[in-house]
Design a protein around this ligand. Structure first.
Ligand code: GDG
Length: 466
């Protein structure tokens, strides 16, 4: 099998103790690379005077290649174009989107740094798989350097609606750069539809029924590849000592109290203020439930160098305090809000202890928390998944209780419905959800993408289009 080169903003620490278990995606990429041998390249997480050359480290047949970036590029590419331009825009927050030319320049600069590093490593039969919005132009930059290999791209976040996407200065250029790839994967049919809408309307091209788009002298395949988890991994983590400890601790302290759980990065796309507002409405409408339920929200701090993220963290802490102040009593706090992060094994126990899990994303490429919660449940007494209809996961997990997180009244009612749901219905819904996850695991996702990429009609020979 031809060698694989994976490129992402950061490289998982497969060479550090415990690094391989840091997340599902790291494991899937690690497995894909183990099968064929290969290279994983990305930013080292360190800054230097200027962008550096890759530094290598070997784990079995896998080479990890890490590149230092200049301080200014980290500020303008990572904190700038990636997280203050593309992330808010693609999550439909044009009110938060920064349109700065210097951000875009740094973004292109870093993509060129990565392209040069890859060109020096690539062999003729390698296939290259690029991950996520940080690296959209990488395929085109590689083509410009004469790389003719098969190159695929997977977007982990949603593709925006055309009316919003066209607010991005030089949006045509960003789309054009996608034509450097042979295969572009989206999380959901909705995202694929939004991209197709742009291609049809702005470029005047009709994709073929299997997603082939012939334009700019290149043949690009665009398809949906919904990412998933490996349910077996969650089941195994659920058997660990750390899981048993966190599950028992939560259940003992809760007693008869039911636990509704939230696990999210602190990010405005996750609808956390809306979750708190829906929960407050639930407390207002159902006073008879006071003392018998608690919302446990784990908020993982993220992107602390971006102002909106710090403000959101402050807002949530204040809201949690206010709700507890208003509804709490001497012996009951309705809302526990934690910002420390837990090991994946402890997290599996937290999922198992919960009676319900609430996902309120306002826009989310997939949402893996929803799938992890389902996989962690005990089959004879599973908890209930309450899932925002605005997640990619809702396309596969229609047996969850689907909500519109902007609708506080609906949220309040659905929270009550989840807490009252009888065991038979919980089991029936859980089985359908679990089957759906088992039918398309993370391993299936990775195999489908790489197989399709290896099999694409190849237009690499026409690299000169760039
Ligand atoms: C992006 C897209 C897409 C959370 N708290 C802790 C912890 N987590 C882990 C969860 C889960 C992951 O973080 C979050 O994944 P999500 O999919 O929910 O969301 P994003 O981070 O926004 O991911 C998303 C994903 O990429 C994959 O394509 O689904 O739509 O936005 O795995 O478990 N993990 C640990 N401790 C915590 O406290 N160990």
């Amino acid at each position: 099998m031809s060698r694989l080169i994976v490129v992402s903003n950061r490289v998982a620490d497969l060479d550090k103790p415990g690094g391989a278990s840091s997340g599902g995606l790291a494991m899937a990429m690690g497995n894909a690379l183990k099968e064929s041998g290969g290279i994983w390249l990305g930013w080292s997480g360190r800054t230097a005077e200027e962008d550096g050359e890759p530094v290598f480290s070997e784990v079995g047949d896998i080479t990890l290649a890490r590149v230092d970036l200049s301080r200014q590029n980290v500020e303008e590419y990572y904190n700038g174009y990636a997280n203050r331009t593309l992330w808010p825009l693609f999550h439909h927050r044009i009110d938060l989107t920064a349109y700065e030319q210097s951000f875009r320049d740094a973004y292109l600069d870093v993509n060129r740094t990565f392209a040069r590093a890859i060109r020096s490593l690539v062999e003729p039969d390698d296939v290259i798989w690029v991950q996520d919005y940080h690296l959209i132009p990488l395929g085109r930059e590689l083509r410009a350097l004469g790389v003719k290999n098969r190159i695929g791209f997977f977007l982990h976040i949603p593709w925006p609606a055309r009316e919003l996407f066209v607010t991005l200065p030089q949006h045509e250029d960003l789309v054009w750069s996608l034509f450097g790839y042979d295969l572009v994967g989206f999380q959901s049919n909705k995202d694929l539809g939004a991209f197709t809408d742009y291609v049809e309307t702005e470029l005047g091209v009709d994709p073929s029924p299997d997603g082939l788009i012939d334009h700019f002298g290149r043949k690009l395949h665009a398809r949906a590849y919904p990412i998933s988890i490996n349910p077996g991994e969650m089941v195994e983590l659920g058997k660990s000592e750390a899981a048993a400890r966190s599950e028992a601790m939560l259940r003992d302290r809760a007693g008869e109290e039911k636990i509704m759980l939230g696990v999210d990065r602190i990010d405005y796309s996750k609808g956390l203020p809306q979750k708190f507002a829906g929960y407050e409405r639930f407390l207002e409408r159902f006073p008879e439930r006071h003392g018998s339920v608690r919302l446990l929200q784990i908020g993982q701090p993220s992107r602390g160098l971006v102002e909106e993220y710090r403000n959101l963290g402050d807002e949530l802490a204040a809201e949690a305090g206010r709700i507890n102040g208003q509804y709490g009593t001497l012996d009951w706090s309705p809302l526990s809000y934690h910002t420390q992060s837990y090991g994946r094994d402890a997290l599996a126990g937290i999922y198992r202890a919960a009676d319900a899990c609430i996902v309120t994303s306002l826009r989310d490429g997939m949402n893996l928390v929803a799938k992890e919660f389902v996989a962690a449940q005990s089959p004879d007494d599973p908890g209930v998944l309450i899932l925002s209809r605005f997640t990619g996961a809702a396309e596969q997990l229609g047996d969850a209780l689907l909500i519109n997180p902007y609708d506080k009244e609906q949220c309040a009612e659905v929270f009550a419905e989840a807490l009252d749901m009888g065991r038979d219905e919980r089991i029936a819904r859980w089985q359908a959800l679990n089957d759906s996850i088992a039918r398309n695991s993370l391993t299936d996702w990775q195999e489908r993408f790489t197989q399709d990429l290896r099999g694409t009609t190849h237009s690499g020979a026409k690299a000169s289009a760039f």
